[in-house]
Design a protein around this ligand. Structure first.
Ligand SMILES: [Zn+2]
Length: 587
């Protein structure tokens, strides 16, 4: 195949084609995370018909690489099996284009060479490493300037020319095989044992590269959704809403972010201005938890179906922007906003055991190592895990610098958000709400927390992920002043269903420890967001881990789409019933 003239061409290049066929047999049985193409290129020989120019313009690899480039296909790696069949154990059998190579490479021609340009160094070493691990065949790599003679004498040239990463796998051709491009390049001079090792090596390198490539693309994919900070998240959200043809409203807050940056609750709006049917999706009520919710919201506006009349999808992006910007769970007044929506204005009291736990939860000193785990363990034994959880996290209104402080009045952000909803959604008759949180439950999995009265119905639709908002049989605890209590007060006539989507991160004890240390830093240290306690808090609520992020995105988007479908199908049903009633009414 692709022989030089009428010559036998066993090493150049029947050996490469044989390797390709063997690779096909191996790869055909493997499960590959990326697309792998095996291609036999014609017209690689420069002087087949009319010299050098042919290969570089209409050779198989030139046509193929151009085809890929035109379509914007990303190529992670191209491997060119140049010649892979000729080996010799004799001293001095290996020739080199320059004597300097003898310092670095062996004298017998018993090895294989991976060749790349200077900028392909990392890839070449990865391929070399994978090949070495797969067989005892010695493999070396060479990264040289593209100007070195011979370095671009094969199909990888076409990929280099189009800025694709490519490497040549070679037995070094004319530097070793004296019958190169001669009548003596016959099959009996090939070393089939070592050729098989080359194939095993290339096979391992392809698997490795495909796996690395799929990981990298997931990393960048997840990074696209998970913003590094509040400002980036907000910018992306606004752009996404605009791209989807929606409107957004920025509700300004007096509190400021780092570098005196402005803070807003952003509301994206798709569909009717005076909707009867509403899906309300909110994020970041707990500040630092907003990285997950914001990532989920990132492309929801652009992924919704065409909506019927009188329907709106409303996205509330980061309800506690101060917390997300400063990497705190609480707001500018140290208030836990999911304990702040108190209906009767009674902002007082605390769970019975909270005063007895104050010394443990809120030491009035900067962060230090003080046997937290030991104390926590002792308290769990003494009070019981669920009772302790309830006492700590249920919400308190007496310790303004303590954890889970619900405030002494409705906070500025919630006041404005509530006003906004009351005004803009006054026509709403049916509201389905999803509020996204993190830090509770199993790592990377979500729990859908619903009120007891909706538990059975929600479980029928969403399955075992559903848990009631009560501490005995769920990872949650009963809280006072949580946001779900606000909606029925603002919309007393509407039918409301509320889901708190909680994504698990680390153990409750670890999350509590992170909250406690960061709170000490905030009140009794410098409170700057670059401190390890702050970074640990971010990790506790938004793990920097691709698999966690992927799971959050998948489950978050899925729940939203399920809720949209549910809302639309209910709507259809009700409209259908209304229509079937009409004729009777006329009669
Ligand atoms: Zn939360």
């Amino acid at each position: 195949y692709d022989a030089f003239g009428e010559l036998p061409a066993a090493d150049d290049n029947a050996s490469g084609v044989a390797g390709l066929i063997e690779l096909a047999a191996l790869l055909g049985k493997a499960s590959l995370p990326l697309r792998v193409e095996l291609v036999a290129y014609t017209l690689e020989e420069p002087k087949t018909i009319d010299g050098d120019g042919l290969f570089r313009t209409v050779g198989g690899s030139a046509v193929h690489a151009e085809f890929l480039k035109e379509r914007g296909v990303q190529v992670r790696l191209m491997l060119s099996l140049e010649m892979i069949g000729y080996f010799s154990n004799a001293e001095g059998s290996q020739g080199y284009p320059s004597r300097i190579f003898r310092l670095f490479y062996p004298s017998p021609g018993n090895f294989l060479m991976v060749v790349g340009r200077l900028q392909d160094g990392v890839l070449a070493r990865q391929v070399k490493k994978a090949m070495r691990s797969a067989s005892p065949l010695p493999v070396y790599s060479l990264n040289a300037p593209a100007s070195l003679e011979g370095i671009d004498w094969s199909d990888h040239y076409s990929y280099w020319k189009r800025d694709y990463p490519a490497l040549m796998i070679t037995d070094t051709a004319l530097n070793r095989n004296r019958e190169y491009h001669k009548a003596g390049d016959t099959a009996d001079r090939l070393d089939f044992t070592r050729m098989a090792m080359v194939v095993q090596g290339v096979y391992a390198a392809v698997l490795q590269s495909a796996e690395d490539g799929s990981k990298e693309s997931t990393v960048s994919e997840a990074a696209k959704y998970f913003s590094p900070d509040y400002i980036t998240a907000r910018t992306r959200f606004r752009q996404a809403v605009e791209k989807a043809g929606g409107r957004y409203y920025a509700i300004p807050l007096d509190a400021k972010g780092p570098a005196n940056g402005d803070l807003t609750i952003d509301v994206g709006w798709i569909g009717s201005d005076h909707p009867k049917w509403v899906l309300l999706h909110s994020s970041g009520l707990h500040g630092v938890e907003g990285f997950a919710g914001s990532a989920i919201q990132f492309d929801l506006p652009d992924s919704v179906p065409k909506l019927p009349e009188e329907t709106a999808l409303v996205f509330a992006h980061v309800l506690n922007p101060y917390g997300m910007a400063w990497l705190r769970r609480f707001n500018e007044n140290n208030v836990d906003l999911n304990r702040n929506f108190i209906g009767d204005g009674k902002y007082s009291g605390a769970p019975e055991a909270y005063p007895k736990l104050d010394w443990f939860l809120n030491p009035q000193r900067p962060p230090s190592s003080d046997f937290f785990l030991l104390k926590a363990g002792w308290l769990i034994v003494r009070y019981g895990y669920n009772a302790l959880k309830q006492a700590i996290a249920g919400g308190q209104y007496e310790y303004p610098r303590g954890l889970f402080f619900g405030g002494k009045q409705l906070q500025p952000g919630p006041v404005k958000y509530q006003e906004f909803l009351a005004q803009r959604l006054s026509s709403a008759e049916q509201i389905a709400a999803i509020d996204v949180h993190t830090g509770l439950g199993s790592y990377g999995e979500d729990t859908l927390l619903v009120e007891q009265r909706n538990y059975i119905a929600a479980r029928e639709v969403f399955g075992e992920r559903v848990a009631p908002l009560s501490p005995e049989n769920s990872p949650a605890y009963q809280t006072s002043g949580s946001i779900d209590t606000m909606l029925p007060r603002v919309f007393p006539k509407a039918k409301i269903s509320f889901v708190c989507q909680e994504f698990g991160t680390y153990s409750a004890v670890k999350v509590l420890h992170a909250l406690r240390e960061e709170n000490r830093w905030h009140h009794y240290g410098a409170g700057t967001p670059d401190h390890p306690t702050t970074q640990k808090l971010k990790e506790a609520f938004s793990p920097n881990d691709v698999s966690w992020k992927r799971s959050v995105l998948a489950r978050g988007q899925e729940l939203f789409h399920q809720a949209v479908e549910l809302l639309l199908s209910e709507q259809e049903q009700m409209n259908g019933e209304a229509k079937s009633l009409e004729p009777r009414a006329r009669r």
